[in-house]
Design a binder for this molecule. Structure first.
Ligand code: HEC
Ligand code: HEC
Ligand code: HEC
Ligand code: HEC
Ligand code: HEC
Ligand code: HEC
Ligand code: HEC
Ligand code: HEC
Ligand code: HEC
Ligand code: HEC
Length: 323
């Protein structure tokens, strides 16, 4: 209640005093840049004394003085005529708090505008480039807003810093967080590989918002040696790395879906063909090299001992994925 009284007192004060100050400022020679001039209608009240750090936006790329492309308060929040008349009326586009809990009165908490309205304000300037596929993307369809990831007023955006980006994604994607802590992972927790190395959160032409058109193209950006071309290819590798690898992490090194021979047997029926000179059962769980090795079973299971170049071979004798 005390907070509300303060706010109301502030509104009345700034309404009367503020308007005078505004006309004064408008008349005075352009000591300040055009942006600040334009914003004065709002910063009369939302200034240094405001309980949340509103003016820190002037320290960001969206507060560059003298850059005509820079958005003013009302480019994002709307003209907000009703709010200007009586501050308890909400602005046209309310994105949510800068610091949750900092503003409190009987009229709080306030409901943010629809995701569509919030995103519309941003897309007015940012529709192109990385965001050409925003419409229809998994985030857009599920009403995730630009400002669920971008904290606009802060001098440093959490999501744009490679050291802190995952914190933002993990607030909603808990499964990927758990995966990133498993035994075999990309160096995600070390901050060397981040979500946006593989994903475009703004939309993509590939599956699962991957950056490139396919999962494999995305993997090749760093694992170029896996692209080939190979003299002898392994079909599932060409098709999709995720047939065998879990990109966010696994307890089976190196990030495998399952261990050989089970991994292999999910596609191969577990037996070499009957005319195989090395024996029909070499690839089965039973093992099968009669008389070879101390443990037939262990040999039979170790598909990779013989098929050692699982991603494809360039050796002239490298058929059947051998060196
Ligand atoms: C006369 C002083 C005054 C002016 C001018 C003013 N505001 Fe406010 N504003 C307030 C007060 C007081 C509150 C808190 C109202 C409440 O607690 O209900 C507020 C709240 C807000 C909020 C929080 C959400 C909401 O809608 O209540 C936003 C965002 C906001 N103002 C933006 C702006 C913008 C943008 C402008 C310029 C178009 C502006 N304000 C102009 C006094 C002002
Ligand atoms: C680029 C778009 C953009 C511009 C420009 C912008 N805002 Fe905001 N504003 C936001 C977003 C988004 C939030 C939600 C918090 C956040 O993301 O930082 C917000 C939050 C606020 C709040 C917080 C209310 C609360 O509950 O804490 C106030 C007040 C506010 N803005 C006022 C202003 C004023 C005044 C200006 C001009 C100096 C301005 N904004 C310029 C996008 C913008
Ligand atoms: C009036 C146009 C305009 C509006 C509206 C606008 N922006 Fe921007 N935005 C810009 C400009 C200009 C830049 C600076 C671009 C540059 O420096 O290349 C920018 C930069 C950015 C950046 C990069 C910041 C950085 O530090 O690299 C992000 C992220 C961003 N905007 C998000 C948003 C979001 C989210 C909204 C909606 C809340 C929004 N913008 C609304 C014009 C706008
Ligand atoms: C799911 C989280 C998320 C959402 C939602 C999101 N962004 Fe981003 N945004 C990011 C990340 C992560 C980056 C950094 C991308 C990079 O480094 O490749 C980024 C970068 C940007 C940039 C700066 C670089 C560039 O691409 O120009 C702008 C501008 C931007 N976003 C605007 C927007 C707008 C506008 C929306 C809403 C339509 C939006 N973002 C929605 C996560 C998000
Ligand atoms: C090395 C590349 C890579 C990195 C880094 C990465 N992803 Fe993925 N992500 C993928 C691929 C590939 C898929 C598709 C997997 C499939 O189809 O089996 C995917 C799928 C997803 C999915 C859909 C559900 C699922 O698991 O299939 C979500 C959500 C996701 N990623 C979020 C994240 C988040 C959050 C981060 C950052 C912590 C992240 N990803 C980092 C490559 C990556
Ligand atoms: C506010 C919550 C939220 C945040 C923050 C968020 N996401 Fe999402 N994300 C969702 C929702 C909801 C979906 C759609 C439902 C689903 O697939 O889980 C989704 C879907 C995805 C998908 C596609 C999943 C698929 O099955 O195709 C990927 C990839 C993804 N997000 C990556 C990211 C990345 C990377 C970040 C951080 C830059 C991020 N998300 C931040 C809520 C969020
Ligand atoms: C941004 C670069 C980048 C992209 C994109 C990328 N990786 Fe990686 N990958 C790495 C790095 C870095 C390592 C760790 C290398 C090391 O530790 O020596 C790694 C390691 C691996 C490993 C071995 C892990 C281990 O425990 O030895 C596998 C398997 C792997 N990546 C698969 C993939 C797949 C599948 C994709 C595509 C979905 C992919 N990577 C996309 C950078 C990337
Ligand atoms: C048929 C299953 C399968 C497919 C598909 C597959 N891999 Fe692998 N990958 C493996 C196995 C098994 C290992 C472990 C090899 C070993 O221990 O000798 C491995 C190891 C790796 C390693 C780490 C060890 C190394 O050799 O550097 C990387 C990186 C890797 N794979 C990337 C990829 C990429 C990128 C793709 C897609 C182009 C892919 N893999 C597709 C089965 C597969
Ligand atoms: C002792 C070495 C050895 C081991 C262990 C082995 N293979 Fe083979 N595999 C071969 C050779 C040599 C060929 C070439 C053709 C032939 O002799 O039948 C072959 C051929 C294949 C072929 C293609 C032709 C066919 O006969 O179907 C597949 C698929 C295959 N192996 C899968 C597996 C799997 C899965 C495992 C593990 C469960 C495995 N192999 C274990 C040596 C081995
Ligand atoms: C996602 C399914 C899948 C998985 C998992 C898989 N393969 Fe294959 N593999 C295939 C397909 C499809 C072919 C090509 C068609 C054929 O010859 O049966 C193939 C072919 C082969 C060949 C014959 C290559 C040639 O030169 O003719 C060998 C050997 C082989 N795979 C071994 C393995 C081993 C070892 C593993 C486990 C590490 C494995 N595969 C995992 C689908 C798979």
């Amino acid at each position: 209640m005390k907070r509300l009284q303060q706010l109301l007192a502030l509104s009345v004060f700034t309404l009367s005093f503020g308007m005078a100050a505004f006309s004064l400022a408008a008349d005075s020679p352009a000591a300040e840049s055009k942006l600040r001039e334009r914003d004065k209608v709002c910063t009369l009240c939302h200034n240094e004394s405001w309980p949340t750090p509103v003016l820190s936006i002037y320290q960001t790329k969206m507060g560059v003085q003298g850059d005509p492309r820079t958005p003013g308060c009302r480019d994002c929040h709307g003209p907000s005529e009703n709010h200007l008349k009586t501050p308890v009326n909400q602005v046209d586009v309310y994105f949510g708090p800068i610091k949750p809990g900092a503003l409190q009165s009987d009229s709080w908490p306030k409901t943010p505008s629809s995701a569509e309205a919030r995103n519309g304000a941003c897309l007015a300037c940012h529709k192109g480039t990385a965001r050409t596929r925003w419409d229809g993307s998994q985030h857009q369809v599920n009403e995730v807003a630009c400002t669920n990831c971008h904290n606009i007023h802060a001098p440093q955006q959490t999501v744009l810093n490679r050291k802190t980006q995952t914190q933002v994604c993990f607030t909603c994607h808990r499964e990927q967080r758990a995966d990133s802590l498993k035994i075999s992972t990309h160096p995600i927790k070390e901050g060397k590989v981040v979500c946006s190395d593989c994903h475009n959160p703004h939309g993509s032409s590939g599956p699962s918002l991957v950056k490139k058109n396919t999962i494999n193209e995305t993997c090749y950006t760093c694992h170029a040696e896996r692209r080939g071309p190979f003299l002898f290819e392994h079909q599932p590798v060409v098709e999709n790395c995720a047939n065998c690898h879990l990109p966010h992490g696994s307890n089976l090194s190196p990030m495998l879906v399952s261990r050989a021979p089970f991994l292999c047997q999910s596609c191969h029926d577990g037996q070499h063909s009957s005319e195989s000179p090395i024996g029909r059962n070499a690839a089965s769980n039973q093992g099968g090299f009669t008389g070879v090795g101390p443990s037939n079973q262990a040999t039979g299971r170790a598909c990779l001992n013989c098929h050692s170049v699982i991603h494809g071979s360039n050796s002239p004798n490298g058929g059947y994925l051998q060196r």
